[in-house]
Structures are given as structure tokens and as C-alpha cells.
Design a binder for this molecule. Structure first.
Ligand code: GAR
Length: 192
């Protein structure tokens, strides 16, 4: 009998370091395939990374996400899970309904703190620094209809010092993301 491959769609908007880490991690696992990369921006460096790894990709604009559900559904039609790896477009309800508990996001802070509208990437680290937090971290969670409010799957923490800047916090968060995101995805898709 042919073994079923679990297919991931990875949605990106930016640099794609998480995307690349996910591709590399699962390249050693024949049960999992990154089948498609979807970017809302045609200039996202993540698209170059996808191309370098011979992963098919497409651009679907923010407007298309809201106005053209068929285009989005067609892009992910063969996929089992959608992974948001630095994706900055709100996920529309039709997609959440089509992938219940099958859309996973990574957020660069310890939700519920520093989530919601405008809280992404460097804005998060600047807010964490301004608040003088003693720690930050990452939250990997399911996506539901409320921004950054879906059920948590895992959190990882890192201590901050007074000397940390938004940039050094970003670097600490990057290390956590690289160390944990693919492994958590693996746990979810295999029910571990
Ligand atoms: C990551 O830090 C991710 O946690 C964050 O964007 C960055 C993308 O980096 N996501 C959010 O802020 C979502 N609200 P990458 O493109 O290099 O993977």
C-alpha cells in the first residue's frame, strides 16, 4: 500500500527563516512534504528560499485572500496543514472552516501578551523592550477567528536582561524559533 504523505502549505510574508528551517527539517522525513509556499508579497525573500529548495510557490495578495476564496482554496487543495511562518494577512473564516485545527501559527512573544493587531515581527520586540519585561518567548498556536487567540500548542521562554535591545531580543526569539517550530509541527501532525 502506498504510504500517505502529509502535505504542508507554508504561508509567508517576509524573510522566510522559519520556512527554510521547516523545509530543511522535513527534507529528512519522507512522510512529510512542504508542498507549496504561499506569499502575499511578491518581493518576500521567502520566495527565493522556496525556489532554492525547489518548493513550488505562488503569490496571493491580501485583496485576493478576502475577495477570491477560490484562488486560495485551489492553492491549498492538496494540503493537510497550513503553517503560518511570519504571515501577516488575517486568515479568512472560509479557510479556518476548511482547516479546523489544521492551521498553525508562530508568534514571537508569550501570548496573550503582545498579540493582536499591529503586533508582529519587530513591533513585538520593541513593545517587550519598552515594557521592561524580564522574559519573552514564542507561542505556537492553532489559528481561530480571533487574531492571536487560538488554543496554545506550545510556548518556549527566554530570559531578558536590562542590556537587551529590541534587536537582541529578536535574535533570542529567532534562536527559539529555529530550535522548536518544526519539532512542534511534527508533534501535532503525528499526534505525539
Ligand atoms: C517570526 O519571528 C515570526 O514569529 C513572526 O514573524 C517572523 C518571521 O520571520 N510572526 C509574527 O509576528 C506573526 N504575528 P521569518 O520570515 O524569517 O520566518
Amino acid at each position: 500500500m502506498e504510504k500517505k504523505v502529509i502535505r504542508l502549505a507554508v504561508f509567508v510574508s517576509g524573510g522566510g527563516t522559519n520556512l527554510e528551517n521547516i523545509i530543511n527539517y522535513f527534507s529528512k522525513d519522507e512522510r512529510v512534504e512542504v508542498s507549496v509556499v504561499v506569499s502575499n508579497r511578491e518581493d518576500a525573500y521567502a520566495l527565493v528560499r522556496a525556489k532554492n529548495h525547489h518548493v513550488p510557490s505562488c503569490v496571493i495578495t491580501r485583496k485576493q485572500f478576502s475577495d477570491e476564496p477560490d484562488v486560495v482554496m485551489n492553492a491549498v487543495k492538496d494540503c493537510d496543514y497550513i503553517i503560518l511562518a511570519g504571515f501577516l494577512v488575517r486568515i479568512p473564516d472560509y479557510l479556518i472552516d476548511a482547516f479546523p485545527k489544521r492551521i498553525i501559527n508562530i508568534h514571537p512573544a508569550l501570548l496573550p501578551k503582545y498579540g493582536g493587531k499591529g503586533m508582529h515581527g519587530h513591533h513585538v520586540h520593541e513593545a517587550v523592550k519598552a515594557a521592561g519585561e524580564k522574559e519573552s518567548g514564542i507561542t505556537i498556536h492553532y489559528v481561530n477567528n480571533e487574531l492571536d487567540a487560538g488554543e496554545h500548542i506550545a510556548q518556549f521562554r527566554v530570559a531578558l536582561t536590562e542590556d537587551d535591545t529590541a534587536d537582541s531580543i529578536a535574535e533570542k526569539i529567532h534562536v527559539l524559533e529555529q530550535a522548536h517550530f518544526p519539532q512542534v509541527i511534527e508533534r501535532v501532525i503525528f499526534g505525539l
